[in-house]
Design a protein around this ligand. Structure first.
Ligand SMILES: [Fe+2]
Length: 297
């Protein structure tokens, strides 16, 4: 878990656009908390701002997708002759090579959280833009899709999501498959990140990147809503899953029992890694281990 405030991060200026780079792609195999080089596949994640009355110079990212979540202010995204309104809660997804400019039409800074990454199999192929107040897409049963417990994504996703945790609720504790980048930026309110046996206060302006194996949950202990901008990238994992072949079960009873032992051992190890103790689960784990031992005799 690495928590960084945008004000502590290096600033880059591109004409009239200012960018604070909070996290970038890692160099080698390990994350670097000092420099923010932590991501598996996100090239740049940060906060950007445009002052009132200003239009930025045209920009293009030829080899990257560009995902943006508006954190505050109001303005326009110029895409050729199209002008797309931006206000707090608008998210957009832009495929590579799209020339664009930002215009701040409001009285305060237009600020947004962004990520840029190489295009991958789980990314959209077209420009997409939504405000959180729009309905989320429905599932096959017509039900509104909800995230982990009380972690409620608002509005259709477009690369980045706006989500919230209502007062005195918390989200479903979970961890992720390897190589997934997940970053949370608190925009309003304040919460506690539960990370295994620790908690960390998460207040506005801070972005948090997670190790995929870390068990985590964002909790809102306050009376106000907690609103955050959620970013995740799972392209490497999508490639891995697409290439995965179903395992064949061995036919011989001895080999079948060894395969069962291996798979069950993996389940037990994953459960014990959480540090949780659920009476019914603990007792059944021990009993199944005894049954497997008896089978192998
Ligand atoms: Fe997560």
């Amino acid at each position: 878990m690495i928590l960084r405030h945008w004000m502590d991060c290096p600033i880059y200026t591109y004409g009239r656009l200012r960018e604070w780079r909070i996290f970038t792609r890692r160099q080698g195999d390990t994350p670097n908390a000092e420099t923010g080089e932590v991501c598996f596949e996100i090239n740049t994640y940060g906060r950007a701002a445009v002052i009132p009355g200003v239009t930025t110079e045209p920009a293009t990212y030829p080899n990257e997708v560009y995902c943006v979540g508006t954190a505050g202010g109001q303005g326009l995204l110029h895409l050729g002759s199209k002008k797309i309104p931006l206000r707090a809660g608008t998210t957009f997804f832009m495929p590579p090579s799209q020339r664009h400019r930002f215009e701040n039409t409001g009285e305060v800074e237009l600020e947004f959280i962004f990520c840029r990454k190489d295009p991958g199999p789980s990314d959209l192929k077209h420009f997409d833009c939504h405000h959180w107040s729009e309905d989320r897409p429905r599932d096959q049963w017509g039900q509104s899709m909800q995230g982990h417990w009380n972690h409620v994504p608002r509005g259709p996703g477009a690369g980045l999501l706006i989500a919230d945790i209502p007062p005195r609720k918390f989200s479903h504790p979970h961890n992720h498959p390897p190589t997934i980048d997940e970053i949370w930026y608190v925009n309003k309110g304040s919460g506690w990140h539960w990370m295994r046996q620790e908690y960390h206060v998460h207040s506005p302006g801070y972005a948090l990147w997670l190790e995929p194996s870390e068990l985590h949950s964002l909790m809102n202990p306050h009376d106000e809503n907690l609103e955050f901008i959620y970013c995740a990238s799972a392209n490497e994992w999508s490639r891995h899953e697409a290439a995965r072949k179903p395992e064949k079960l061995p036919a011989a009873p001895g080999a079948l029992s060894a395969a069962l032992e291996e798979k069950f051992g993996a389940i037990a190890a994953a459960y014990r890694h959480t540090g949780l103790s659920i009476f019914g689960v603990d007792r059944h784990l021990e009993e199944v281990e005894q049954i497997i031992k008896a089978l192998n005799k």
